[in-house]
Every structure is written in C-alpha cells, then in structure tokens.
Ligand binder design. Structure first.
Ligand code: 13P
Length: 262
C-alpha cells in the first residue's frame, strides 16, 4: 500500500484574534522542531482575519507549519458580500481549505451540493480541500452511520475526476464527538474511514483511494491521538479544542510523527 504521511490539522474555529494567533504559532513552532516535519504535516486553520498575520510569522521564521482556511466561497469574485474567494486565499499562501464542516452544514444550511461547489472552487485555485463528513447521534444509534457517511461523501464529491479526488483530503467527524469530549473509539473511526476509502475506490480508482489522506476529527487530544492514527485507514486528525493549546497540539503532532515527545 502507498504510504500516506499523517496530517494534523488544527481547526481553531472562531477563536483567537490576530495577535493571539501570532503568539500561538510562535509557541507551537518553539515546541515542534523541524525534525518532526519529515514524518508529519502540521497545519493551522485560523479565522480569515488571522491568516495574513499567521503567514507573516510562518514566512518570516521559515517555519514548516502550513496554514489553511475554514471555508472558501464557491465563487471567484464579484457581488457576494461577506464571501472569501479561493483566489485571495491562494495569494496569501494558504494550503488547505476546509469545506463542509458540520458547523457550516448545520448553522449555514450547507448541502452536499454547496460543499461540492466549494470543493471545486478550492481545487480550481489550487487549494487542498479538506472535505468534512460525519453523522449525527441518531444515525449512529440507528446503526446507519456507514451508509450515511458514504452517501455524504459521494454527494460532496459528485462528478469529480479521479485526478481531482486525488487532490483532496477527507475528514470524518462524527457530529456527536465534536466538542463533547466523547471521542469515537479507534475501531469506530477505522470502520468509517475504511468505508470512505472503499467508496473512493468506487468513485475514482484503487490508486487514488490508496493515496488520499482520511482524517478523524472529534474530541482528539494528546491522549487519544496515538491509537486513532494507529488505525490502518486513519491518516491524521482534524483537531478543534486541543489545537488552541500549543503544547498539547505540538505533543499530539509529535505522537502522529511517531515520536519522540517534544
Ligand atoms: O470539529 C472539530 C474539528 O474540525 C473537532 O472539534 P473538537 O476537537 O473540539 O471536538
């Protein structure tokens, strides 16, 4: 099997102003020396208003940490008040764009069609979309989580070529695990991530499915990340709360790299 470099992505959500962002990136860099980056990719995903400041620190200090955006407009430019174009993000050196986070699906009514349009926009502007899917508690309790996630994945990637799918990252984030402290078991994460890989093989091909990184997200911390990323089909984590604590985020990145602890 093709080896996939783990990716640890810190989704700050609507936390930290640009001054706090600078301080966090500096602390994170101090705890995570360059030697780790051969074995793990680490990215921070701040609010839009922090991106320029984060870029300045990362470029100025030649850090190996990358950065992403929490959303991207489906449109390139024009009369779309409040939206942010992928072209602007690319110009700011952004690597990743999260699309379809459950908070956007829930609070902003983003459907699979919207998520697909945003995924296409990210790809068009050479950003790597981190396409999020995940079931709510009712679906999990009914035992329908595998089918639900496969359907959401297929809807969010509908019609994309294998070449485009190869340029994505998928994040499985069960809604009941987000911000609750109730992490999925490693076996539960593996079950859905393996099903996602199977679905990628169906909609693209085996080589593409083997190359795409699939992350788990939902109450990931330094204590549980090792077991999660130890699963065959879990290639990293999308981390919320623990990404706001630079020491813990550095520790969990080092664990994903296979150690040693910083
Ligand atoms: O939604 C998440 C990351 O995108 C997960 O958030 P928590 O790690 O805070 O549960």
């Amino acid at each position: 099997m093709m080896s996939r470099k783990p990716l640890i992505a810190g989704n700050w959500k609507m936390n930290l102003n640009h001054l706090e962002a600078i301080a966090l990136v500096q602390k994170l860099a101090a705890s995570l020396p360059a030697k780790y980056f051969d074995k793990v990719d680490v990215t921070v995903i701040p609010p839009f208003t922090d991106i320029r400041s984060v870029q300045t620190v990362i470029d100025g200090d030649k850090l190996l940490i990358t950065y992403g955006a929490q959303d991207v407009s489906a449109h390139d430019s024009g009369a779309y008040t409040g939206e942010i174009s992928g072209a602007f993000l690319k110009k700011l050196g952004v690597t990743f764009a999260v699309v379809g986070h459950s908070e956007r699906r829930t609070y902003h009514n983003e459907t699979d069609e919207v998520v697909l349009a945003k995924t296409k926009a990210a790809l068009k502007h050479e950003l790597t979309p981190i396409v999020c899917i995940g079931e709510g508690l009712e679906i999990r309790e009914a035992g329908d989580h595998v089918e639900y996630n496969v359907a959401q994945l297929k809807g969010s990637l509908a019609g994309l070529s294998a070449d485009d799918i190869a340029k994505t990252v998928i994040a499985y984030e069960p809604v009941w695990a987000i911000g609750t402290g109730r992490v999925a078991s490693a076996a539960d994460a593996q079950e859905v991530c393996a099903a996602i890989r199977g679905a990628l093989e169906e909609i693209a091909d085996a080589a593409t499915a083997a190359s795409v990184r699939i992350l788990y997200g939902g109450s990931v911390n330094a204590k549980n990340v090792g077991e999660l990323v130890g699963q065959a089909d879990v290639d990293g984590a999308l981390v919320g709360g623990a990404s706001l604590k630079p020491d813990e985020f550095a520790t969990l990145s080092a664990i994903a790299a296979g150690g040693p602890l910083p």
